[in-house]
Ligand binder design. Sequence first.
Ligand SMILES: Nc1ncnc2c1ncn2[C@@H]1O[C@H](COP(=O)(O)OP(=O)(O)OP(=O)(O)O)[C@@H](O)[C@H]1O
Ligand SMILES: [Mg+2]
Length: 155
Amino acid sequence: MFETFYDLINTPFSRDIATDQLYSSIMLEETLGRLEYAAQRQLFAVIIGDCGTGKSTIIRKFKDYLDSSQFMVMYLADSQLTPRHFYKGMLEQLGCEAEFYRGDAKRQLHREIEIMHAMHNLQPVVIVDEAHLLDKEMLEEVRFLLNLKMMPRAQ
Ligand SMILES: Nc1ncnc2c1ncn2[C@@H]1O[C@H](COP(=O)(O)OP(=O)(O)OP(=O)(O)O)[C@@H](O)[C@H]1O
Ligand SMILES: [Mg+2]
């Protein structure tokens, strides 16, 4: 195949390139730094860019880049994401079975994040990929996460 012809070790443009083998550019480093700034201060950040320019890849890199003893990363990518599945998805990644109703699941997530912070001093980082496909209700829900100030800052 073309990999042999061009003497390539890996297939380029595949989705599973190890994050330490990605092409590193000033822009990539700058984006990682900005995302880390947002994570440390529990801010809202948006990555925008043309199709295939590496948005999802930089998120993958960011997950590995963050100090896992300081941050708990929750990643969701679902164009049909509803608030109930949003909370369910995050709780599952925290190893919990979500309550059925949205309100209960939301409160449950509050509790789990507080416990996570108190016991392990971990800050949550919620990543929603393909977020341009979310409907208004879902985008509001993401915004509520910050408005509620439910996520305490690490000291
Ligand atoms: N820094 C990089 N080094 C090497 N390859 C990269 C890098 N960034 C992206 N790629 C390659 O480009 C491909 C497309 O990138 P990616 O899927 O992250 O783009 P995207 O912006 O999320 O696209 P879409 O808009 O379709 O969601 C990846 O599968 C990966 O193989
Ligand atoms: Mg993408």
